[in-house]
Design a protein around this ligand. Structure first.
Ligand code: UT7
Length: 347
C-alpha cells in the first residue's frame, strides 16, 4: 500500500504588501526585515475573506489537478474539481486561524464549499508544523480503513486578522495563504514514506494567542480594544527552531525506507522547510553541511504563512516541474506548541 500525491494546489491573496509599504506606517525598514528574516513581501486577504475561503480555493486547485486540469480558467477548474469532490473521504485542515473559535472546524466549512459531501472533516492545531502532522494523520486514517481512499490535506492561514499591526516585532513576519494536497491510497509505491512528529509542550507560552481560551477567557464587563493576536518570544522560538530543523533533517536521513540502504544527501532532491526565517534554515544547513540549493525557500514573497508554507512550496515545485515523479523530498516544520517534525516523500 502507498499514499500517493495525486494533486496539489495553493491560493494566495492577490494583494501584495512590501516591506516598504509597512515601513511607510510603522517604525521598521526593508533593510531590517530582509536582514533579520529574508522576508520581502507578504500577501494579505481582503476583509471579507476567511480561512475556509483560502483553503477551499487551494483544495479546488488540487482537486482539478487530480482530474487532469491545471489551466487558469476558473469555470473549467471548478468543473474538474467538482468531478473529484464526491470521491474525497476526508478533509484534514491544519490551521491556527480558523473561521470560528473552537467549533465549527474550518474543515467542515470547506467540505460544504467544495461539495465534498462524503468527506469527514476536522481541523488540527499543530502550529506551523500543522501540514506535516496533517499528512501523517490523514495517511494513518486512510490506512486503517479499507473504505477510505482519498484525503485532502490543507494548510490555511489568515494571520493578517490575528496580528497586532502596531507590534513591529510580529506584524512584519506573517502573511496569508493556503496550500493543499490530495492524497490517495493505492497499491503502488512511493508517496508518503515516513513522518516524524514531535512536540515540546514546555515551550507552549513562547508562541501563542493568549486570550479567548479557557486559560484566559474574556470576562463580562472587560473592555477589549484589540483582536486576539499572536504573541511570540522570537529569540526563544529561534533557538528552538534551529535545533528542531537540524534534529529533524538528521533523524529523517537516518530513517530506513524502501529502496534506500541509507539516505545520503545526494539522494535528496529537495528539502522543503517551514518558512519562518531564512536565517533559521541557513543555520541548520550550515550545521548539517547541506548545499543550500537543495533547500526551497519562498519566504521573500509570502513571509510566514504558518501551516500553509510547506504545501504552498510543494505546489510551486510541483506545478513548475521542479519536482518530478520519483524524487525524494523532505519537509521540515516547526512552530507553536512547540511542535516540530518532517515528512519523507517519494513524489
Ligand atoms: O513560524 C513559527 C515559528 N517562528 C519562528 O521561528 C520565529 C523565530 N524568531 C525569529 O525569527 C527572530 O527571533 C525574529 C525575526 C522574530 C526577530 O529577530 P531577532 O534578530 O531575534 O531580533 P530581536 O527580537 O532580538 O530584536 C533586535 C532589535 C530590537 O531592538 P533593540 O532592543 O536591539 O534596540 C527590536 O526592537 O530589533 C528591533 N526590532 C525591529 N526593528 C525594526 C524588532 N522588530 C523590528 C522591526 N523593525 N520589524
Amino acid at each position: 500500500m502507498a499514499i500517493n500525491f495525486i494533486g496539489t494546489g495553493r491560493a494566495v491573496p492577490p494583494k501584495r504588501v512590501s516591506n516598504d509599504d509597512l515601513a511607510a506606517q510603522l517604525d521598521t525598514s526593508d533593510e531590517w526585515i530582509r536582514s533579520h528574516t529574508g522576508i520581502g513581501n507578504r500577501h494579505i486577504a481582503d476583509e471579507n475573506i476567511t480561512c475556509s475561503d483560502l483553503a477551499a480555493e487551494a483544495a479546488r486547485n488540487a482537486m482539478a489537478m487530480a482530474a487532469g486540469y491545471t489551466g487558469e480558467d476558473l469555470t473549467e477548474r471548478n468543473k474538474a474539481a467538482a468531478e473529484i469532490a464526491p470521491t474525497i473521504d476526508m478533509i484534514v485542515l491544519a490551521t491556527v486561524t480558523p473561521d470560528y473559535f473552537g467549533t465549527p472546524s474550518a474543515a467542515c466549512i470547506v467540505q460544504e464549499k467544495i461539495g465534498a459531501k462524503n468527506a469527514a472533516a476536522m481541523d488540527i492545531i499543530a502550529g506551523c508544523t500543522g501540514f506535516v502532522y496533517g499528512l501523517e494523520t490523514a495517511a494513518g486514517l486512510l490506512s486503517v480503513n479499507p473504505q477510505r481512499k482519498r484525503a485532502l490535506v490543507i494548510g490555511a492561514e489568515l494571520l493578517s486578522k490575528m496580528i497586532n499591526w502596531d507590534d513591529r516585532a510580529t506584524c512584519v513576519l506573517f502573511g496569508d495563504g493556503a496550500g493543499a494536497a490530495l492524497i490517495e491510497k493505492t497499491d503502488g509505491s512511493g508517496g508518503l514514506k515516513h513522518t516524524l512528529m514531535s512536540a515540546d509542550g514546555s515551550g507552549h507560552e513562547s508562541l501563542l494567542f493568549r486570550r479567548g481560551g479557557t486559560r484566559y477567557p474574556f470576562k463580562k464587563g472587560e473592555v477589549i480594544d484589540t483582536g486576539i493576536c499572536v504573541e511570540m518570544n522570537g529569540q526563544e522560538v529561534y533557538n528552538f527552531a534551529v535545533k528542531a530543523v537540524t534534529d529533524t533533517i538528521g533523524a529523517l536521513m537516518k530513517t530506513k525506507i524502501d529502496g534506500y540502504a541509507e539516505i545520503k544527501m545526494d539522494d535528496i532532491t529537495r528539502i522543503v522547510p517551514h518558512q519562518a526565517n531564512l536565517r533559521i534554515v541557513q543555520a541548520a544547513a550550515k550545521r548539517l553541511k547541506i548545499p543550500f540549493e537543495k533547500i526551497y525557500m519562498n519566504i521573500e514573497e509570502y513571509a510566514n504563512t504558518s501551516s500553509a508554507t510547506i504545501p504552498i512550496a510543494l505546489d510551486e515545485l510541483n506545478r513548475s516541474g521542479e519536482i518530478k515523479k520519483g524524487d525524494l523530498i523532505f519537509t521540515v516544520g516547526f512552530g507553536g506548541g512547540l511542535t516540530y517534525g518532517g515528512n519523507i516523500i517519494i513524489w
